[in-house]
Write a protein that binds this ligand. Structure first.
Ligand code: SAM
Length: 248
């Protein structure tokens, strides 16, 4: 998978050199290219923003450098693979695990990191004429820029790229995993020692009874979802619930 990230703060993406994604890059599973938007400016001050039409506070990112950046990375007449453009914005579609899985299947993603009051709307409008564009919000709050949102999206997507995780099964029981757990949060997890500061690991986890352990984990997942995310619990598919689930 190829990822191109355009930002006025390319240094922000240093964390992509470390941990799981850094390893995936070194193994050639993910090919990341970070670009400085100012490379596509032509004035002495390398200006990327201007005052908003219609008035109001703040500045807006100018369309010219963005247009040139996208033309350079994905030339309009190119017959090759067409990238999918991801534009982080609080007014976008909510980013979810399902969207992460969808993006992990793409061969090429371009990320456009906004700053200030965002990017001139014509950039997305024009890009839509020649590539798939998704405006994506990572939560109901406002960040100072798209860089941290892109780090979140890239990490969620990158760990789903085949071969990136050592054990592919580890995503199966994750919160929001597709299938039976889709609207379930994962329950608590434990490791050695069996007793720590007088707190014992739940006995059932030491029993070796895989059926009973699976049932206990499901109970815990249901309880946690009801307590922390009543919105997800309200969306449980009744056909997926058995009698014991309903008692939890
Ligand atoms: N005025 C904009 C609004 O209210 O929708 C917010 C602009 S914000 C200060 C600057 C940039 O941060 C945005 O262009 C976007 O790239 C990024 N950003 C801020 N919050 C975000 C969020 N929740 N999800 C994704 N990107 C976000």
């Amino acid at each position: 998978m190829r990822l191109d990230i355009i930002s006025i703060f390319p240094g922000y993406f240093a964390p992509l050199e470390i941990s799981l994604l850094g390893k995936a890059r070194r193994r050639g599973l993910i090919d990341v290219h970070v670009h400085d938007l100012r490379e596509w400016t032509h004035d002495r001050h390398r200006t990327v923003d201007d005052t908003p039409y219609g008035g109001g506070p703040g500045m807006v990112m100018k369309p010219d450098p963005w247009g040139e950046a996208l033309d350079t990375l994905a030339p309009p007449a190119s017959p090759d693979v067409v990238p999918r453009l991801i534009v982080p914005t609080p007014s976008g579609r909510p980013f979810t695990q399902a969207m992460a899985a969808e993006l992990a299947a793409e061969p090429w993603l371009i990320f456009a990191c906004g700053r200030y009051e965002g990017i001139d709307a014509r950039v997305v409008e024009e890009a839509r004429t020649r590539m798939r564009v998704d405006e994506v919000g990572i939560g109901d709050y406002v960040l100072a820029g798209g860089e941290s949102a892109v780090l979140v999206i890239v990490e969620a997507v990158g760990r789903l790229v085949p071969g990136v995780l050592g054990n592919a099964d580890s995503v199966v029981d994750d919160s929001f995993a597709p299938g039976a757990m889709e609207t379930l949060l994962e329950g608590p997890v434990y490791t050695k020692p069996p007793v720590w500061r007088d707190r014992a690991v739940p006995e059932i986890l030491l029993s070796g009874d895989h059926g009973a352990i699976a049932r206990w984990r499901r109970d815990q997942a249901l309880r946690r979802t009801v307590a922390n995310r009543p919105d997800l619990a309200a969306a449980f598919d009744p056909a997926q619930l058995d009698d014991r689930d309903r008692r939890v």
